[in-house]
Design a binder for this molecule. Structure first.
Ligand code: 5AD
Ligand code: SF4
Length: 548
């Protein structure tokens, strides 16, 4: 049995958070001990993100720190997982000899083997070349593993399913909220984006596997599932095409934009398919214990009316759409290869609002894409004023290696202009968010209570530093839910009690809600439950209300 300690830090998106969660589960089941600090860990792993330069820079600086410690004589196994490993390939190893292993996002099932190889290679006489081969698991090109996906045993798929097979649920199962991947990779090739190059072609998981995973999570007490995919609503599984020798359905390569537009998949003669709408309904019906079913990230072009109607019809599917527009200028959208015009995006928004009552819409926007003029940018401002986005993640364009935009366009918008546009958009979005939140004042809504609010926790920390109170409440990984420690609550009211504790949670539309709960109601017991809350106040960022 292995007893080595592993520290794993995650950068970037929810897809990476899920990958890290699965890797941790896999390593734990092999006897590794997960620790929450790099100090003293035998193995330090960074699960990296290449989508934006900023996330990469952060990871580089972490790698630098550990490399220095290794050079100073500390015995640490240093591994780089995820998109940076995939993108930089063997070059990264040559430039940073302290890195012991690299593993692309499509090869994470091979991580334990790599760790094992390193232990064996240390102290052996392996030559440099074979050492590198034994330290690297990368897809190697953007078609990644899809040829091997058809093979009888797809271990990457097994990694996703590992939560279903793992007899020991582990600490994270204590959470009430979990991610489930439904597609990997992306076929869209937006010109600025590195994802198709690092995560490879779009692969769709069999609906049976997805439902099985949701069922297992529900059996462990999970009540909120977020389905993940780069273009999640593009999901479509054709049955009978990829089947193992034992008859089990396998993950399959998804359709390109073209075949989707032409409706080829659903109309393929004789083929039985499961569409995104059908998948949502299937999970909703088969796993009713899941009280909230969410999905991110959606692609504006791919929303069928059926999918919108299923969301409207099924009470446990959240009316929340994260559909990045990226820009409000048709010229820029074209250069980005987004595949839709502003008019088409707005048509979709109108359709979603007409079909889904109280639909909540979020997005992403890039400012400073090459050649973006003041007029283009003003088109984006108009878009933000036209659509009631609850929030927009706003990014300054950065050139990503290997992308078409980098090859074709000069990064010609000065950084000062990017920053200024970023700030202007943030200000507009703050006004829009304030309006969206204000519409909820006076209404009653359901809130999934997630945690003692940050403000309350820092107040609690100050108390505990002063008084060393027992009964702290701690977060599970990813901040998804709070679990009271044994004895939680006892003594919390011992000093400067205050009449209530502030909790925070989210509405079905993903709006953050703060609520004060009287201490006498044992607030910690509400965490992980859904409560009716009367909304009394709002700001640009959140709502506040009282339990009813
Ligand atoms: N520069 C800036 N932002 C980017 N994004 C993706 N690639 C880039 C890039 N090269 C943003 C997009 C995407 C989000 C995940 O990251 O808005 O939706
Ligand atoms: Fe990147 Fe575009 Fe795919 Fe989103 S849809 S992951 S932005 S290529």
């Amino acid at each position: 049995m292995n007893h080595r300690s592993v520290y794993l830090e995650t950068f970037g998106c929810q897809m990476n958070e899920l990958d890290s969660e699965l890797v941790k589960g896999q390593l734990e089941s092999l006897g590794y001990r997960l620790v929450d600090r790099d100090a003293g860990a035998d193995v330090v792993l960074y699960n990296t993100c290449s989508v934006r330069e900023q996330a990469e820079n952060k990871a580089w600086s972490r790698i630098g720190v550990i490399s220095n410690r290794k050079r100073a004589g500390e015995e640490i196994i240093l591994g780089v997982l995820g998109c940076m490993a995939e993108r930089d390939g063997h070059d990264l190893l040559r430039r940073h000899p302290e890195v012991d292993l690299m593993c692309g996002p499509g090869e994470l099932d091979r991580l334990p083997l790599l760790l094992d190889n390193i232990s064996r290679a240390r102290g052996s006489e392996l030559n440099h070349r074979s050492q590198i081969d034994e330290r690297v698991a990368l897809g190697g090109n953007r078609s990644r593993r899809w040829s091997t996906l058809q093979a009888a045993g797809d271990n990457l798929e097994l990694l996703d399913l590992s939560r279903a097979f793992n007899p020991d649920p582990g600490a994270r199962a204590a959470g009430r909220s979990a991610y489930v991947r439904i597609t990997r990779g992306c076929n869209k090739f937006c010109t600025y984006c590195v994802v198709p190059h690092t995560r490879g072609a779009e692969v769709h998981r069999p609906p049976g596997d997805i439902v099985e995973e949701c069922r297992t999570l529900a059996d462990r007490g999970v009540i909120e599932i977020t389905l993940l995919g780069q273009t999640v609503n593009h999901y479509c599984y054709t049955h009978g095409v990829a089947v193992s020798v034992s008859g089990r359905e396998l993950a399959q390569v998804g359709p390109g934009l073209k075949s989707f537009e032409e409706g080829n998949l659903s109309s393929r003669p004789g083929a039985r398919t499961t569409s995104f709408a059908e998948l949502l309904e299937l999970i909703h019906e088969r796993v009713p214990e899941i009280r909230r079913l969410r999905f991110v990230t959606s692609y504006p072009r791919d929303f069928s009316d059926e999918a919108l109607d299923v969301i409207a019809r099924c009470e446990r599917i959240c009316p929340y759409l994260h559909v990045p527009a990226q820009s409000g200028s048709d010229r820029i959208l074209k250069l980005m290869n987004r595949g839709y015009s502003l008019g088409q995006y707005l048509e979709f928004i109108d359709r979603a609002q007409a079909r889904i009552p109280d639909v909540s819409i979020a997005g992403d926007v890039i400012v400073g894409f090459p050649t973006e003029t003041e007029e283009d940018f003003e088109d984006t401002i108009r878009l933000l004023r036209r659509v009631p986005f609850k929030n927009n993640f706003i990014f300054k364009y950065s050139e990503r290696p290997g992308t078409v935009a980098r090859r074709r366009f000069e990064d010609d918008v000065p950084i000062a202009v990017k920053k200024q546009r970023n700030n202007r958009l943030l200000a507009v979005q703050a006004e829009v968010s304030a309006e969206v939140h204000a519409r909820w004042v006076g209404r009653t809504t359901e809130v999934l209570v997630e945690q003692v609010s940050k403000q309350e926790r820092s107040r609690g920390k100050r108390h505990s530093r002063a008084q060393a109170l027992p009964g702290q409440v701690t977060l599970t990984s990813g901040g998804a839910a709070l679990e009271p420690q044994p004895g939680a609550g006892e003594g919390v009211g011992a000093e400067e009690p205050g009449a209530s504790i502030q909790l925070s949670g989210r509405t079905p539309g993903d709006l953050i809600v703060f609520l004060d709960c009287p201490r006498s109601h044992q607030p910690e017991r509400l965490i992980g439950t859904i409560q009716k809350v009367h909304i009394e106040d709002s700001s640009a960022l959140s709502l506040s209300g009282t339990l009813i």
